[in-house]
Design a protein around this ligand. Structure first.
Ligand SMILES: C[S@@+](CC[C@H](N)C(=O)[O-])C[C@H]1O[C@@H](n2cnc3c(N)ncnc32)[C@H](O)[C@@H]1O
Length: 234
């Protein structure tokens, strides 16, 4: 089977009746790991996951990280690498064959951290999108304006018939305002990517939704949303 195969394993497109453990298309205060555990295997074509990385605060004791703006971010429920690994294991289970995980990742983890998780859970990196935030961030050496979205796919690896949009560049600029302590991810970029790998009416999963930018993006392109956050409204 190659990425140019035109067929994909059925179950895509929400053709089957699935009992969702939480109400769709709304904010749910719930633990994402419990949501993943309650979902049937191979029911979701796309999960977008934006972990609250603890590692960068622990490992890079530099500059103002963990002091001023870093402190506000630290007040959000953090995820250890072990917890993030548990999330990814759960996501790998609930994805349909050839389904996607879009994993938001910072420069630190991009360079050092995720390969092992992916090998362990059998997901394959198939692309990378760089988000230019058009806003200067932190950094001991260079100042960060970029964040990264790893595009991962559950086997079998396919592009044709699975990736529908071919107008998305791999560097995208989109300015986004902070909401409280949460740094929302770009709605328009996520919406285009959701359109690329799902069909209208499909359910998009985000088990750690923060400001629910994924729900907004999913609705923008006529998809349904299933997700939660362990914290209340952000
Ligand atoms: C980086 S933020 C997500 C931001 C989101 N992508 C957005 O665009 O607004 C990570 C979120 O994970 C949540 N979180 C941490 N542990 C969680 C858990 N076990 N279950 C669900 N959410 C969790 C935090 O409360 C935080 O809102």
């Amino acid at each position: 089977m190659t990425v140019f195969a035109t067929t994909r394993t059925p179950r895509f497109g929400g053709a089957e009746i699935v009992q969702w453990p939480l109400p769709l298309n709304q904010r749910n205060q719930f633990d994402g790991l419990d949501l993943l555990a309650a979902l049937d295997a191979e029911t979701v074509p796309l999960c977008i996951f934006d972990p609250q990385y603890r590692g960068i605060l622990d490992k890079m004791q530099y500059g103002n990280e963990g002091v001023s703006r870093g402190r506000a971010r630290s007040s959000l429920p953090q995820m250890s690498e072990e917890t993030i690994g548990e999330f990814i294991a759960g996501i790998a289970t609930v994805l349909i064959p050839s389904g996607h995980l879009f994993l938001w990742i910072d420069k630190f983890h991009l360079c050092t951290g995720v390969g092992l998780w992916m090998e362990q859970w059998g997901l394959e990196v198939v692309d990378l999108v760089t988000w230019n935030k058009a806003k200067m961030g932190m950094g001991y050496r260079t100042r960060r304006v970029g964040e990264y979205l790893l595009i991962l796919q559950k086997p079998p690896k396919r592009a044709k018939g699975v990736w529908h949009r071919h107008d998305i560049p791999d560097v995208v600029t989109e300015k986004v305002e902070r909401i409280g302590n949460v740094h929302p991810k770009p709605v328009n970029l996520q919406a285009r990517l959701i359109e690329a790998v799902t069909d209208p009416g499909d359910v998009v999963l985000d088990p750690a939704a923060g400001s629910y930018s994924v729900m907004t993006a999913a609705h923008q392109v006529g998809r349904q949303f299933l997700g939660c956050d362990i914290a209340g409204d952000s």
